[in-house]
Write a protein that binds this ligand. Structure first.
Ligand code: SAH
Length: 350
């Protein structure tokens, strides 16, 4: 049993079962033993590889997409660039590099990051740029924003509810035979009942991510008032149903209750919940990552880059293109949604 497991056991014995969001928050963000705060999850040697870490093509195409979308708005205000959960800072660095000579693209970067360890990496990878770290979106000055969030929302804690004969009950984490185990709340829970939650049957599980509402409200208020664009990329779907709570260690799925703090915890993103909180804005169609990247010309870009590559480098480059776009890899599992001012034109690619 690791230190965090002992700590969770003590807390549950003392105060009773905890919600899944409490469990995720402790496991991911505990100052001493939290997954994001204490480990280095990215890369082949880590637990997972994100799109910007697969190839520079991802950030370059997204950067040009954002620059085009922003210039289409013909907004004369000075925008700032915002990234939520920037990881190693690779995506921001690729975006800033490719847009460097584009005059109207923001030069000031705001990063929302919780991990001090990752902040140091971001600082190194973004040397030479004007960067400010924030703890809350309301620390961004008034004005248009160009915001990106890749694999950020999936890491924000969720709660789960199960439909029983008498109504909704919450899935909780307690202790059984000395080990952390899932259970169901005795009490019935009143959950905010959206249309599709009412189309559920006994036994169905639904997930709610409490921090979506404050974050998206802040973003959509800024965009509807000042202009700009927000691009959200993640694994998930529209009107998501079922249990998607997952744990990853060393590129494999593992039991989320074993080795707390040592495994990555996440859940799929319900894009319809994001859109519901941005009704004052224009929302793009939910688009497959592979489709967007193809429309933005990834295959052409890949061919150009391949000309200077040989042997293993060329093999890795071809594999990276496939990884980002192929339906059996990240191509269809990952979705893209843009939030734009109402009445603006839909950017090329969406
Ligand atoms: N966008 C990056 C990393 C994705 S991993 C990439 O594509 O490579 C999730 C990122 O979100 C990490 O940087 C993690 O530290 C950060 N994060 C997770 N929960 C957070 C929270 N509550 N507030 C701010 N950042 C958070």
């Amino acid at each position: 049993m690791n230190s965090l497991n002992r700590l969770l056991n003590q807390q549950i014995r003392h105060n009773g079962p905890i919600s899944i969001s409490q469990f995720m928050e402790i496991c991911l963000l505990h100052p001493q033993y939290g997954y994001y705060t204490s480990s280095s999850p990215f890369g082949q040697k880590g637990d997972f590889v994100t799109a910007p870490e697969v190839s520079q093509m991802f950030g370059e195409l997204i950067g040009l997409f954002l620059a085009q979308a922003w210039s289409d708005q013909k907004n004369l205000g000075e925008a700032v660039f915002v990234e939520l959960g920037p990881g190693r800072g690779t995506l921001a660095a690729d975006i800033m590099r490719v847009t460097k000579s584009i005059k109207h693209f923001p030069k000031k970067i705001y990063l929302l990051e919780v991990s001090d360890k990752l902040k140091l990496l971001q600082k190194t990878n973004l040397e030479g740029y004007q960067v400010e770290w924030i703890e809350n979106l309301n620390q961004i000055p008034p004005g248009p924003i160009i915001l990106i969030a890749n694999e950020f929302f999936d890491s924000l804690p969720i709660n789960q509810y199960v439909k029983e004969a008498d109504g909704w009950h919450e899935r909780l984490i307690g202790i059984k035979d000395g080990k952390l185990a899932f259970g169901i709340s005795e009490q019935k829970i009143n959950i905010q009942s959206t249309d599709y939650f009412t189309q559920t049957v006994e036994g169905d599980i639904v997930e709610i991510r409490p921090s979506v509402e404050p974050i998206i409200t802040e973003i959509s208020n800024k965009i509807s008032h000042w202009g700009g664009i927000s691009l959200i990329i993640d694994y998930g779907s529209w009107n998501l149903k079922g249990n998607t709570f997952q744990a990853i260690k060393g590129h494999n799925f593992v039991n989320p209750l074993e080795k707390p703090g040592e495994v990555d915890l996440s859940a799929h993103v319900d894009f319809s919940a994001l859109a519901r909180n941005a009704s004052n804005c224009l929302i793009s169609k939910l688009t497959d990552q592979g489709v967007l990247l193809e429309r933005l010309g990834i295959t052409e870009r890949a061919k150009i880059l391949s000309k200077s590559l040989k042997a293993d480098d060329l093999k890795n480059h071809v594999a990276a293109h496939r990884r980002l776009t192929h339906p059996k890899e990240m191509g269809t599992l990952f979705k893209v949604m843009a939030i734009l001012p109402k009445l603006s034109q839909m950017p090329l690619g969406l």
